[in-house]
Design a protein around this ligand. Structure first.
Ligand code: SF4
Length: 145
């Protein structure tokens, strides 16, 4: 179940790995890379996103601007790659941390996010990429993590 947000999530750029100027590496989160965090990007309507979140992961890439806490990726993944970023150790639709409007978490993230904590376990089945209602996920087959 997607959470309500005040912007229009845009599908992840499927070519983000080949555009280092647009999506430079800006940090790490657990074992995965973050690209373009802190950089102002535009939503599906051409408006600036209210947050400046990046793309998490490389083999399993998730645009955290696009991810609005649906959780179906966790339900369909056969190898348990994902869990909630703000409820560590927990996965699944409806188990995300709900962020109260106006709170610090809301201001910074709007919603919980899916976290590819076991990115290395991805077997490229594509179930998450197909199922994501906002198209936040791009699986890059052959990219080592
Ligand atoms: S492609 Fe399959 S194995 Fe990889 S993260 Fe998505 S659902 Fe899990």
């Amino acid at each position: 179940m997607v959470r309500e947000v005040d912007y229009a999530p845009k599908p992840i750029d499927p070519d983000f790995l080949s555009k280092p100027q647009e999506y430079p590496e800006t940090g790490k989160h657990h074992d995965h890379k973050i690209l373009a965090e802190g950089i102002q990007r535009e939503d599906a309507n051409g408006n600036p996103y209210p947050t400046k979140l990046g793309i998490h992961g490389t083999h399993v890439g998730v645009d955290w601007e696009t991810c609005i806490a649906d959780g179906v990726c966790m339900d369909v993944c056969p190898t348990d790659v994902y869990e909630w970023a703000f409820v560590p150790g927990v996965k699944g639709t409806g188990n995300d941390k709900v962020m109260e409007k106006g709170s610090d978490d809301w201001n910074q993230y709007r919603t919980d996010k899916t976290d590819m904590v076991r990115e290395v376990d991805c077997i490229d089945c594509m179930a998450c990429e197909v199922a994501c209602p906002t198209h936040a996920i791009k699986i890059n087959v052959g990219v080592n993590v």
